[in-house]
Write a protein that binds this ligand. Structure first.
Ligand SMILES: Nc1ncnc2c1ncn2[C@@H]1O[C@H](COP(=O)(O)OP(=O)(O)O)[C@@H](O)[C@H]1O
Ligand SMILES: [Mg+2]
Length: 362
């Protein structure tokens, strides 16, 4: 078991409120990622769940039991840090066994658990080495092994791969997902990297400035961002976001005037909006096309990136990025006219909240 529930959890350091009444539920057995920009409070939230930090308000429940006042050691959780936090004078085996020795686990049980974790993490050949004789990736595996042997109800990972180089990071992501598949234990993983969130999570909690912006499955967030922040944060290259004004309200959708570019039709529902109201029009680079006879946006090509299998062009002034299939003949200073398909346009109101689309229930 390892379900987690946060109700109006808040945290202040002195007069400064860092976490603002955060509420969400994490079901048993899932892989949940907290993602948000650096400084938004991810580590603070994780440390409160773990019991390394007190809460200033609200309730944290693990498996239905309030744990606000339960010390970290008795919450049944295990945390893995970015910095590994290994003991340099101990061998890999001793590092993994240390926590179990502290709670007077019998030696044969320790040997069994460490052996099993070492096998899972391919650390068997290194058990007698000191951490200094290991690569960064191996050290991070030891830190993960130390968590596994404790057989926690929930694993908490705080940016565990940030110190690894790009290639190793991709490999370790796959290993962690595989580990989760085998252990089936609840995992909460913190990262500032939205690609990591998209590729690893079954549920993503998007945080900004101590508040939850949206909770959902990766593709739900991608396809139906609840607000401008999530729209711009999830997806790479990011969604194009253009400021405009409501031009007309029709039952089939709202049309929007983008200053200097004309009027664009969308399938956003007319409810809640008024003519003249400022809105933000969002469209992902891969949804923009070169062919079309309406909803056309023109601009000089200010940048071209040829990746071989696909290309990106960036238009001057509007700063719109367009993803094109294959290789493009367009070059710097050419003029491009691109089509923004109405049913691929996301519309956000003056408060930055997504306007529901006609015929879409999400
Ligand atoms: N012990 C502390 N005392 C005062 N401020 C803190 C403390 N820990 C974190 N903060 C502040 O809380 C905010 C969130 O920090 P943190 O949770 O580390 O963010 P993240 O992990 O998302 O980068 C930051 O502004 C940070 O400076
Ligand atoms: Mg952090």
């Amino acid at each position: 078991m390892g379900s987690l529930s946060l109700r109006d959890v808040a945290k202040s350091f002195g007069d400064v409120k860092i976490i603002h009444e955060v509420s969400f539920d994490i079901p048993d057995g899932g892989f949940t990622v907290f993602v948000g920009p650096s400084g938004c409070g991810k580590s603070t939230l994780l440390r409160m769940i773990c019991g390394l930090e007190t809460v200033s308000g609200g309730v944290i429940e693990i498996d239905g039991t309030r744990v606000n006042d339960v010390p970290a050691a008795r919450r049944g959780l295990a945390m893995v840090f970015q910095s590994y936090a290994l003991y340099p004078h101990m061998t890999v085996f001793e590092n993994m066994a240390f926590g179990l020795e502290n709670i007077a686990t019998p030696a044969d049980e320790i040997a069994r658990r460490v052996g099993e974790a070492a096998r899972m993490l391919k650390l068997e050949p290194y058990l007698q080495r000191k951490p200094t004789a290991l690569s960064g990736g191996q050290r991070q595996r030891v830190a993960i092994g130390r968590a596994i042997v404790r057989e926690p109800r929930i694993f908490l990972f705080d940016e565990p791969l940030s110190n690894l180089d790009a290639e190793l990071r991709v490999g370790m992501r796959a290993e962690l997902i595989d580990l989760h598949r085998r252990l089936r234990t609840t995992m909460i993983y913190v990262t500032h990297d939205q690609v990591e969130a998209m590729t690893m999570a079954d549920t993503i909690v998007v945080l900004r400035a101590g508040r939850v912006e949206q909770v959902g499955a990766p593709l739900d967030l991608y396809n139906h961002p609840a607000n401008v922040f999530v729209a711009g944060f999830i997806g790479s290259p990011r969604m194009n976001l253009l400021s405009g004004k409501v031009h007309r309200l029709d039952d089939a959708g709202v049309s929007v005037e983008l200053p200097g570019h004309g009027v664009f039709t969308t399938t956003a529902r007319r409810t809640r909006l008024q003519v003249g109201e400022p809105v933000t029009l969002g469209v992902r680079p891969e949804h923009i096309r070169l062919d079309g006879d309406h909803n056309m946006l023109a601009g000089g090509v200010a940048g071209v990136e040829q990746l071989g299998g696909l290309s990106y062009i960036r238009l001057a002034e509007s700063e719109v990025t367009v993803q094109l299939p294959g290789q493009t003949k367009l070059g710097f200073a050419d003029t491009a006219r691109v089509h923004l398909p109405a049913d691929m346009i996301h519309l956000f109101d003056a408060d930055g909240l997504a306007v529901p689309r006609v015929g879409v229930t999400a």
